[in-house]
Ligand binder design. Structure first.
Ligand code: FE2
Length: 257
């Protein structure tokens, strides 16, 4: 599927020197080259964010883009961040909150892997009051979602979007995460797929394999929505079509005695 066409990756750690992603500019460049080999034309740099300077992230993205251009690699990097959910987001001014391409419309938000903090709903609401739509990063990996996928239904109905990791659907994080990813896809609870690439090694750009897999699950056109159309709209700061969420009904278990 998607042969000869492009993909947009809105979650990566390609930006060097900020987090556990690319170690230096050389690794950022190798990752950039790898992204193009996977038909990716735009990558968002979304370093883990816990209050760093947003302007600094943007200026390093500019630096990276210059080096990418000079190297003849046909890839555009746009600035973003993976915001760790924190009560400081309640009081931060809109301009200081990292949004995709600094468009003031969409941000990527990460939760802890196991427990949900009590201020989750408050932060989600506060971001939306500022005009920013939160995109929840890889919820299929969170323990609370694995235990009860319907938690996502409430977040979407409250105006959030959902980003799933390509590696999750490919089984890179184990069977339970893969199964949860499939449940979310089948119940229309996912709006974009991204690589969450961390390095030029094993955790790289695997968007293409995930798009192929999803094409078989939900059809090529729907899969293209998750890696092309919706990411395009997010960068442009335009509304993303949100299909009606289907409630997940776990299969009942019958015990024979
Ligand atoms: Fe990430």
């Amino acid at each position: 599927m998607l042969k000869g066409s492009y993909m947009i990756d809105l979650h990566s750690h390609i930006l060097f020197g900020f987090d556990d992603g690319a170690k230096d500019i050389s690794e950022s460049l190798v990752m950039a080259k790898q992204a193009t080999e996977h038909q990716i034309t735009i990558v968002a740099a979304t370093p883990h964010y816990q209050g760093q300077d947003w302007l600094m992230i943007q200026s390093r993205v500019n630096e990276l883009n210059e080096t990418i251009n000079q190297s003849g690699i046909d890839l555009k990097v746009i600035p973003g961040a993976e915001l760790y959910i924190d009560p400081q987001l309640l009081t931060m001014s809109k301009e200081k909150i990292p949004t995709y391409n600094d468009n003031g419309c969409y941000c990527l938000l990460e939760f802890p892997m196991f427990d949900l903090p009590h201020y989750v709903d408050q932060v989600l609401f506060a971001l939306q009051v500022k005009g920013i739509t939160p995109i929840i990063a890889h919820p299929e990996r969170y323990g609370v979602v694995i235990d009860d996928p319907n938690i996502i239904k409430k977040w979407i109905e409250n105006g959030c979007l959902i980003q799933m990791n390509a590696g999750s659907i490919l089984g890179m994080f184990g069977n339970r995460v893969k199964q949860t990813g499939e449940i979310l896809i089948e119940h229309q609870m996912v709006h974009l797929i991204a690589s969450d690439a961390h390095s030029s090694g094993r955790r790289g750009f695997n968007l293409h394999s995930a798009a192929d897999y999803l094409g078989k699950l939900i059809g090529d056109e729907n899969a293209a929505g998750l890696v092309q159309k919706n990411p395009d709209l997010i960068i442009a700061g335009e509304p993303v079509p949100v299909p009606e969420v289907l409630a997940y009904k776990p299969r009942k278990r019958f015990w024979l005695f």
